[in-house]
Design a protein around this ligand. Structure first.
Ligand code: PEP
Ligand code: MG
Length: 573
């Protein structure tokens, strides 16, 4: 058994056997046809173009309103229907007596070569589009794809070195349920199409091609971004159970996608998504989410060759703000330090990085980098409903220092005559026990609060959140954690400030009734957990809340089984 971690493009769970798809080398030998075959080759070309155009049009209709995916397919359609290009291919067939496949290859390759030499990002992407349309035409004309994908067994998982939009479209056509690829990114055209066509997929899996053998048993765990090769019996049994539950849960959730997010007794819960710069921005809209409750920004600094400039960050934040409007997006300033270190920002090694220069402390000690981000957010905030939140705040002093830097940035932007949002709401993350204990002063002075339970649990119970050997000490619903949360909730209530829970606790359906019963009205959850959480919310009723409200937080364990019993049909995970 072997497990590799990668990036989830489209979530799901599938157990099956590997089918490796080799990249096709289109180096077709130059053969010639007889003059009497010219008409039939031209007919063949026209048929293939028509059938591909029809397929793309069908996909365009299925995509409804996802603009980015439509742009890709429309550009493919334009290439396919370019009269100049088609006549060049036809000329090669009729005048040089080349077969249709060879003519396509030669004409398209020339265009690609030309675009490649223009060293311009936009045109480089056009080159990919031409390569892809060529690939799709050649697969169709040579019948190779049909041969490969025909009679695809639904148990088979496609293994690729790198996915292309043509592979992904073909997967949709031939009902290939899932694929994984060694190379790839979440933002490539192939990934965008995979999400639009709902094909379970994971990418960026190191050494996948080498490690997987043809027909080997595989588990594609697109909930946790793992591929398990040759699983043992226990793992297999565990996943069989998980898969059955997941399918049932998904069916219920999807059927309820458009219904309001409220409990049976009519409590409206604000349910938002947690996103980061690698996320698909269409997701909150597709889910009918109430905005973005946590936008983690540290990924802009990790694994990069240079620090993100103000203009680059501005473009990213502006795009999020515009996408999510009229709902709000809470941008969290970068939470570096701990296990998230950027090689671009020198830092001294620490014995206890999680208790060291992390989050807001790191930002305050790297003021220039912090200011670059704040200026970008202030500028982007005029394009939507943006709020700014600081991570790892220990008390009011931390917040005050951060707030002063925001004011400094505003003064600078004003002087430079650069437009920015004058009234950017500023919030704090409550993830250190001291902040929860001093929540009143924070609530009085900030504009909103959000509880980061991932860290709050680790710091309250002194149990490393990443150390699986300490799992029994990392108790999310420990009374000490719940009391700190309650204290924060009461402080926010006293000053009328919005408060949400954005840590993983809110994404775990078993805790959702507890949080609502405690009085939380806003939760922000991972996109893959969204529909399950919504489903739980919709099945919570007054009796359950009464029970939670009347139970001492010290004895919450006593009603855990009861909560579970009542909602068992809705959360099987
Ligand atoms: C948290 O600590 O709960 C949180 C949301 O922040 P992160 O997981 O990014 O530390
Ligand atoms: Mg945190």
């Amino acid at each position: 058994m072997h497990s590799i971690k990668g990036l989830v493009i489209y979530p799901g769970l599938i157990i099956g056997r590997a089918r490796k798809l080799e990249a096709i080398d289109w180096d077709l030998p130059t053969t010639h046809i007889s003059p009497s075959s010219v008409n039939s080759e031209i007919k063949l070309l026209e048929n293939v173009i028509n059938s591909l155009a029809q397929e793309i049009q069908l996909q365009l209709r299925e995509l409804k309103d996802s603009k980015e995916e439509k742009d890709i397919l429309n550009s493919h359609l334009l290439i396919l229907q370019d009269p100049e290009l088609i006549s060049q291919v036809k000329n090669l067939i009729s005048q040089n007596l080349l077969p249709a496949a060879v003519s396509i290859q030669q004409v398209f390759s020339q265009v690609q070569e030309h675009l490649k030499n223009l060293s311009n990002d936009f045109l480089a992407q056009r080159e990919v589009d031409y390569r892809d349309v060529k690939h799709r035409l050649l697969l169709e004309i040579t019948g190779q794809q049909q041969e490969i994908l025909h009679n695809w067994n639904p148990e088979q998982i496609a293994i690729l070195q790198e996915a292309t939009p043509s592979w992904v479209s073909a997967f949709a056509r031939y009902k290939v349920p899932a694929y994984c690829s060694e190379k790839g990114s979440l933002t490539s055209h192939a990934s965008i199409l995979s999400r639009a066509l709902k094909i379970i997929s994971i990418t960026a899996l190191p050494e996948l091609w080498k490690l997987v053998s043809e027909n080997e048993k595989l588990i594609l765990d697109g909930l946790n971004g793992k591929v398990i090769i040759d699983p043992d019996i226990a793992t297999l049994q565990h996943y069989e159970k998980l898969k059955a539950n997941y399918q049932q849960q998904e069916e219920i959730s999807i059927s309820e996608q458009d219904v309001p997010i409220q409990t049976k007794d009519g409590r409206r819960i604000k349910l938002s998504c947690n996103l980061d710069p690698l996320s698909d921005l269409n997701e909150p809209t597709k889910l009918n989410a109430d905005g973005v409750g946590l936008y983690r920004t540290e990924f802009l600094y990790l694994g990069k060759d240079e620090l993100p400039s103000e203009d680059y960050q501005f473009s990213i934040y502006k795009q999020v703000a515009e996408f999510i409007a009229p709902h709000s997006v809470i941008i969290r300033t970068f939470d570096l330090g701990g296990d998230k270190l950027s090689h671009l920002i020198p830092s001294t090694p620490e014995d206890n990085p999680y208790l060291g220069n992390r989050g807001i402390r790191f930002s305050l000690s790297h003021k220039d980098i912090f200011k670059t981000q704040i200026r970008a957010v202030l500028r982007a905030a005029i394009y939507g409903k943006v709020k700014l939140m600081f991570p790892m705040i220990k008390d009011y002093q931390d917040f005050l220092q951060a707030k002063e830097i925001v004011e400094e940035c505003k003064t600078e932007l004003q002087k430079e005559n650069i437009p920015f949002a004058q009234n950017l709401p500023l919030g704090v993350m409550i993830e250190i026990p001291s902040a929860a204990l001093c929540a009143e002063e924070l609530a009085e002075n900030c504009d909103f609060m959000s509880i980061g339970t991932n860290d709050l649990v680790q710091y309250t119970l002194a149990a490393d959140r990443n150390n699986s050997a300490l799992a029994e000490y990392y108790i999310t619903h420990h009374p000490s954690v719940l009391k700190l949360m309650k204290l924060t909730l009461q402080s926010a209530g006293k000053y009328g400030k919005p408060i949400s829970v954005c840590g993983e606790m809110a994404s775990q359906p078993q805790y959702v009734p507890l949080l609502i019963g405690m009085g939380f009205k806003e939760l922000s959850v991972g996109t893959t957990a969204f529909l399950r959480c919504k489903n739980i919310i919709r099945h919570c009723d007054k009796e359950l809340f009464n029970l939670i409200e009347n139970t001492d937080l010290d004895h919450i364990d006593s009603i855990e089984a009861l909560i579970f019993e009542q909602l068992k049909p809705y959360y099987k995970f």
